[in-house]
Design a protein around this ligand. Structure first.
Ligand code: NIG
Ligand code: FE
Length: 400
């Protein structure tokens, strides 16, 4: 049974999930982490561990593996020319059509299954090197019944190959497919796509992009009804480019999370503070779109928060959770340890994986990260630096 000693340990173990901000997780100095096969057997003060340890990680901090609860993998191809066009004055909305989500849908359709997987594998490996031990995969670039099912199957294939745990979210309502209208597509998603995905076991959750260039509050309600009947948790891209009331609507519908939140209003913040829906912060997309930040100072007084990369070729070509944490602290003012909770146990709750992973407690998976510092705050303090010395997934580690 392997055991390691470390200078600092943050288990992110809490009685009740999701954890509301300010989270204030316990920091243990001089600690031991032990595991048996894939399962943790001990994570706590050295005084509670009777045996010698196999390795002494002096000057290191151990935290739970990062859980990236919002990515748009699998996708195919980058869109850096659109980034350059935005820097020259074009808006994300301007580019939607020739560029944007419809363009990624065309690129995905033109690539073979093997080409898509070849493109995604190195990105997942890069995530692992940055400490991500569980992640979400989404559809949303298929944009036809067959295209969405294909992307979901590719996501399941990728999930099987990866060392990380990965769930699949059906984001069929990401953009209105070319050649159809919004209402017909929503109806097809309700009556054909979700039932077909459920029959094949392809979806763990359903997401809807509520925006003026995408879907409405009524569309959200219509899709939520079918998702709920199918027993699939609801996720919502809410209030990203402009205010729409999506956050309040999503909380009312019992959504697991509302994501982005750049333009959430007072009612949305109040709904989050009063409910259990998690607010997922995606600061890398705020950075890359040079968008207004959400009112995180108000959310951080009572709402449950998560931080994720939003890894996608349009608004956030970012794979690193340490980078997302750094941006959440510097751009949104989140406290470093609050950001750690938002990057581990809360996103595990969003993905429905909290019974298995997300915190370091006996019986959970031995998914943990060794950081090159005694203080977690050094992670957001050094954006661009990878603080991960080793990533352990199910007790199996990369080299120190
Ligand atoms: O989370 N806003 C919608 N979806 C993505 C962007 C997708 C894309 O541009 O390809 C997001 O930012
Ligand atoms: Fe997204």
């Amino acid at each position: 049974m392997p055991a390691v000693g470390c200078s600092t340990l943050v288990t992110c173990a809490f009685e009740r999930l999701p954890v509301r901000s300010p989270a204030d997780p316990e920091v243990v100095r001089d600690a031991v982490v032990a595991w048996d096969g894939a399962t943790l057997t001990y994570a706590g003060p050295r005084s509670g561990w009777p045996d010698p340890v196999d390795e002494e990680l002096t000057g290191r901090t151990i935290v739970p593996g990062f859980v990236d609860c919002h990515t748009h993998l699998p996708f195919f191809g980058w869109r850096d020319d659109e980034y350059e066009a935005r820097l020259a004055g074009a808006s994300y909305r301007d580019l939607h059509g020739e560029g944007g989500i419809p363009r990624s849908a065309r690129m995905l359709a033109e690539a073979s299954d093997e080409e898509v997987l070849e493109f995604c594998r190195p990105l997942a490996a890069e995530m692992l090197r940055h400490g991500t031990t569980a992640l979400e995969l989404k559809t949303g670039y298929g944009l036809s019944i067959e295209g969405e099912l294909r992307q979901a199957r590719l996501a399941r294939r990728l999930a099987e190959e990866l060392p990380q745990t990965a769930t699949v979210t059906l984001l069929a309502c990401h953009a209105v497919p070319e050649g159809t209208d919004r209402a017909s597509w929503v109806e097809a998603v309700r009556t054909e796509l979700i039932p077909a995905a459920v029959r094949e076991g392809l979806a763990d959750a359903v997401d809807v992009y509520v925006e003026d260039i995408a879907f409405s509050g009524e569309d959200l309600e219509a899709v939520a009804e079918v998702a709920s009947t199918a027993g699939l948790p609801l996720r919502v891209h809410a209030d990203q480019l402009g205010p729409s009331g999506a956050t309040e609507a999503a909380v009312r519908l019992g959504a697991r999370s509302v994501d982005h939140l750049n333009h959430v209003g007072e009612d949305g913040v109040a709904a989050l503070v009063g409910g259990t829906t998690v607010g997922v912060l995606l600061p890398a997309s705020t950075l890359m779109l040079r968008a207004d930040p959400p009112p995180v100072d108000r959310m951080a007084r009572g709402a449950a928060l998560a931080v994720a990369t939003d890894c996608n070729p349009g608004t956030s070509p970012v794979v690193s959770m340490p980078e997302a944490v750094a941006l959440a602290c510097s751009m949104y003012g989140l406290a470093p340890l609050d950001a750690l909770v938002a990057a581990t146990v809360n996103p595990a709750w969003v993905l429905g994986l909290h019974g298995r992973l997300g915190s370091l407690e006996p019986g959970k998976r031995a998914d943990f990260v060794v950081l090159d510092t005694e203080e977690f705050r050094r992670v957001p303090y050094r954006p661009g630096h990878n603080p991960v010395v080793a990533t352990f997934v199910g007790g199996r580690g990369s080299d120190w």
